[in-house]
Design a protein around this ligand. Structure first.
Ligand code: ZN
Ligand code: FE
Ligand code: FE
Ligand code: FE
Length: 190
């Protein structure tokens, strides 16, 4: 990448102009809409995970992994009710709108189950799939919490923050299971 240009370019080398999409006249209501769409998206995603996580758990063999997945299933149910509280704070009915990204991540997880035999290697694959899911959720809740804060919805922001911390915790827990209980054994299975 060239860094010598002194002026900021609004036109890239391909001739595509940046920032040409006109914003709506009311920017605040635009962000509210983005926030509410995001809530519907992650609400769908969390509900889908209450079905995907048990499927992962019955396919896992490591006791530590099964425990981590079951713990996160319980947390996920709490996250759904937290989202319902956020909808209420936003004056909206809780509605789910298909999250294509989460649908794809869950599909990838299903693919891993199909491609592996039950055992440590499948466990490693389940962890990989779940960590991709957690990272998607971390990105989502980080954004939504920030949107809530910007919109002056501090109670909603703190609910979203609580979920964000749970998602981070789930990610760390999965790393610990991978490092301590699964990956070395999976490598030995080669
Ligand atoms: Zn989620
Ligand atoms: Fe979640
Ligand atoms: Fe999404
Ligand atoms: Fe999660």
């Amino acid at each position: 990448m060239k860094t010598t240009d002194s002026k900021k370019e609004t036109t890239s080398k391909t001739g595509v102009k940046a920032g040409v999409t006109k914003p709506k006249s009311d920017a605040a209501s635009g962000l509210t809409e983005l926030f509410e769409d995001g809530l519907k998206d992650i609400y769908w995603a969390e509900k889908a995970l209450t079905k995907a996580l048990p499927k992962m758990a019955i396919n896992a063999t490591s006791k530590e992994l099964v425990e981590a997945l079951n713990k996160h299933l319980t947390e996920t149910e709490g996250q759904i009710s937290r989202l319902e509280q956020v909808f209420e704070l936003a004056g909206q009915k809780a509605t789910a709108k298909k999250c294509d990204a989460m649908a794809g991540l869950i599909e990838e997880g299903d693919g891993i189950l199909e491609e592996t035999e039950i055992g440590v290697v499948r466990d490693a694959g389940i962890i990989a799939a779940c960590q991709k899911i957690e990272h998607y959720e971390i990105a989502t809740y980080g954004t939504l919490r920030q949107f809530a804060e910007t919109l002056g919805m501090s109670e909603a922001a703190s609910l979203l923050e609580q979920t964000l911390e749970e998602e981070k915790g789930a990610d760390v827990a999965l790393t610990i299971v991978a490092v301590n209980a699964v990956n070395l054994e999976a490598a030995e299975a080669d």
